[in-house]
Write a protein that binds this ligand. Sequence first.
Ligand code: OSB
Ligand code: MG
Length: 388
Amino acid sequence: MSGNGNCETIRRPITVEPVRIERIEIRLLRMPLVEPFETSFGKTDTRIVFLVALDAGGLRGWGEVAASRRPLYSYETVGTARHIISSFLAPLVLSSPLTGLDDLASRLSTFKGHNMAKAGIELAFMHLVSLIKGSSISALIGGTRSRIAVGVSLGIQHEIDALLERVRRHLDLGYQRIKLKIKPGRDIDVVEEVRRRHPDILLSVDANSAYRLSDLDHLKKLDEFGLLMIEQPLDHDDLVDHAELQSKFETSICLDESITGPKRARDALHLGSCRIINIKVGRVGGYSSALQIHDLCLSRQTPVWCGGMLESGIGRAHNIALASLPGFVLPGDTSASSRYFAPDIIKPGVMVASDGTINVPDKPGLGFEVDLDYIDACTEEIEHLTAP
Ligand code: OSB
Ligand code: MG
């Protein structure tokens, strides 16, 4: 066996008695955020929540497609994901009974890219399998934690006092790590001020690819603040420039956008592009890829953590299951439902305890009740796909 870690594990495949998917439901919901969220690529005040449900034998699995309306974080959008699912992915899922996650992932790999679309289906499938097999999603994937540690990602604020107030408030709520979104013009001074007020907290920054390698001298000032990590400073699909940057930084670089699958993760570790990886099921194409990246990083002792895409409670419940894996050693971006939506589409919403942790459900299913009445109330479009 390869790898220099001593904790390499052999993953057992996630299988199920062949299950015929009778119908796929696609829903687009309009849900206003509790407050606008601004990153270096733009501002969001309303999410189009894209849900995918798989129906089989009277059971229903729910998944979420993390895409946004506009291709700002990645090339995928709500529109492209809908097209890819209904024209290409759904027929692969409806054609014959599925025997497990590997079967599903190998069918979906017929088509290139479109990871968020694929992830929506994989998430729904894993929820369905968890109902069929009567175990929690966390147990199915090999989760080892009963509680996960979480932080919060704070959007760009135009007044420093507004940011300081949010930092204070979330620390008081127990969040274990504060992540600040940065962009040119809203970076060094902001981080310096937050660090001055909170010398000892776990603090990180996320640039969402707002800088170039030529900004090295400017970015280097970030190395003075004892940050936990600097997330995705350079281009969304870059590995080589990040490796150059990492070699000149004390602070760990964490890659988000650049890690689109297991091979990219391997390449990034090989090149030294980062020392930490943010795993998002949407970005990497679902559980199958996320588990592979997790296992790779665990075997290399590379810390990972679970990122977020302002998901509804359904995507959030999946993130909680994922973050229960042993390699998720850093607090993730899975914050409480109330930070995003009031109310959420699950009951009760995701709660963060005063020690900055979230309970990992151990019952079959998502571990939260799906509020179909509220989903109906928010639904703008619904489409059903069945085998021809
Ligand atoms: O880069 O991690 C990111 C939100 C939308 C798109 C990209 C990112 C984010 C966040 C917020 O940082 C994560 C969350 O709270 O869900
Ligand atoms: Mg990020």
